[in-house]
Design a protein around this ligand. Structure first.
Ligand code: SF4
Length: 276
């Protein structure tokens, strides 16, 4: 059995940067929310004495916490205000920061900003929270039912690139009405490349194993895209692999989400190879 790993699997540069910042944080540091949706990373940080808190209030009440890490997803302006008495260590991904800054500039120039993404996604809350009157949409078809004059569209970074195409398609059907939005493709190229690489590999594989946290939306999307092409299993780590899946397989592909550490990917590869 041959095991092939999709190009670009594992930590993206934004997550790697955030993890490095957290691993080198001074004593008395808390992270606001899970740094990445991966229990392996959370445990690794806890061993270093970096705790995870759910709110600024929890950090303030924890005792002994003087530093607060903002994770790669970013945070709304209000979080920075609430945490003003703490030393903020900002690990917001530069790509996400660019979207926040762009959205602010667009609003300042008089545009109504439409954010495409899930309302409860941390990054969407961060972008929306830096604006006065954001509009958050998940379904491109919603554009048909709203006034579009003087609007601009940005995208939560880690969505599949199909969302951009779908928005363009819906808007092309509305061209006659005029006054269409400015569209800014703020999707993260790292995510789109990862999805394309995984899909390409899946086309040649008997089966794909997608490795990453069950709460990680970019990993879930990878698994979904691969499952359209070949049999696919999503696991968080090697302990969830089932020997029976690999019986009679010649080529097995591995793809991993942006928050999956190399050690977890290696564990999966080694376990599969040990069953060959
Ligand atoms: S997926 Fe892209 S936007 Fe998200 S943290 Fe990684 S590099 Fe940044």
């Amino acid at each position: 059995m041959h095991v092939h790993i999709a190009k670009g699997s594992g930590f993206c540069f934004g997550v790697k940067r955030a993890v490095d910042i957290a691993l080198n944080a001074p004593p008395g540091t808390a992270i606001l929310g899970e740094l990445v949706h991966n229990s392996h990373v959370t445990v690794m940080l806890e061993k270093k004495g970096v705790i995870t808190v759910c709110s600024v209030k929890e950090a303030l009440e924890a005792g002994g916490i003087s530093n607060l890490i903002i994770r790669a997803h970013g945070e709304p302006a209000l979080t920075y205000e609430k945490a003003a008495s703490l030393n903020i260590i900002d690990a917001t991904c530069p790509n996400v920061r660019q979207v926040q800054d762009l959205a602010k500039r667009l609003e300042k120039s008089g545009k109504k900003v439409i954010i495409f993404g899930k309302k409860d996604h941390a990054e969407v809350r961060g972008i929306a929270g830096s604006l006065e009157k954001p509009v958050i949409l998940e379904d491109p078809l919603s554009l048909k039912d709203m006034p579009l004059e003087n609007t601009a569209i940005v995208f939560q970074t880690t969505q599949a690139d199909t969302i951009f195409k779908e928005v363009r398609r819906v808007l092309s059907g509305l061209e006659e009405q005029g006054g269409l939005p400015e569209i800014h493709n703020t999707l993260c190229p790292v995510t789109s490349d990862r999805q394309r690489n995984a899909e390409k590999l899946a086309e040649k594989m008997d089966m794909m194993i997608v490795v990453g946290g069950f709460h990680s939306s970019n990993t879930a999307r990878l698994a979904e895209r691969c499952s359209y092409v070949t049999e696919t299993h999503h696991v968080e780590n090697s302990s969830q692999l089932e020997k029976g899946w690999f019986k009679g397989r010649e080529n097995v592909g591995i793809a991993a989400g942006a928050s999956t550490p190399d050690a977890v990917i290696d564990g999966v590869v080694q376990t599969i190879r040990s069953w060959d």
